[in-house]
Design a protein around this ligand. Structure first.
Ligand code: URA
Length: 199
């Protein structure tokens, strides 16, 4: 990666040309990420699906609509006060799990994004993201909503929106994770809600 990169926009331009793994051959668009580059809260999903691949933006399908509703319930918005990205930036064919080598190739983009955004809180959406970023044996059903400190950042894993569409019984548990997130934001980075320092 070019060491002269100092902004998220420069990083995005570089990422759009990535050919580090086989997913480059089948993608329509690189899905770099969306949101406020000064956000204190970063959401990380797994990888783009079909709609995201076509539109170049994370979480724009049915799962994304559910995510936006849950965000709205705790006064968060991808247009204003958070940033959303994925572990892998290109769609795995037929929406299979991203392979460990693909995740390894791609994680440097996410590391660089995280360095530039410098979030206080990272929310992992689903197993793949939580196992990559929190711990290898993370179990969403048992450990969702718990806080893990790593390198000065607070991490929480919660249900993937697509999993909530398949199993709506978990929606109340997911919503209580978002309420715990709101409390953590008020404790660590209330500017998320007041807007000061995020522009
Ligand atoms: N699922 C993800 O994990 N990320 C997206 O961007 C879309 C669906």
């Amino acid at each position: 990666m070019n060491s002269e990169i100092t902004t998220l926009e420069q990083l995005r331009v570089e990422c759009l040309n990535c050919q580090k793994c086989g997913l480059a051959a089948t993608r329509t668009n690189v899905v770099f990420g969306v949101g406020n580059p000064n956000a204190r809260v970063l959401f990380i999903g797994e990888g783009p699906g079909e709609n995201e691949d076509l539109q170049g933006e994370p979480f724009v399908g049915r799962g994304g609509q559910l995510l936006d509703k849950m965000l709205d319930a705790v006064d968060l918005s991808r247009k204003e006060n958070i940033y959303i990205a994925n572990i892998v930036k290109c769609r795995p064919p037929h929406n299979r799990d991203p392979q460990p080598e693909e995740q390894e190739h791609c994680i440097n983009w996410l590391r660089a994004q995280t360095k530039l955004i410098a979030p206080k809180i990272i929310v992992c959406l689903g197993r793949i993201s939580a196992q990559k970023l929190i711990k290898q044996n993370f179990r969403v059903t048992a450990e969702h909503g718990m806080w893990f400190e790593k390198g000065g950042i607070q991490f929480m894993g919660t249900f993937h929106p697509a999993a909530l569409l398949r199993n709506p019984n978990n929606k109340p548990a997911a919503m209580s994770d978002f309420i715990a997130l709101r409390d953590k934001i008020n404790e660590l980075c209330p500017e998320t809600y007041t807007g000061s320092g995020l522009v």
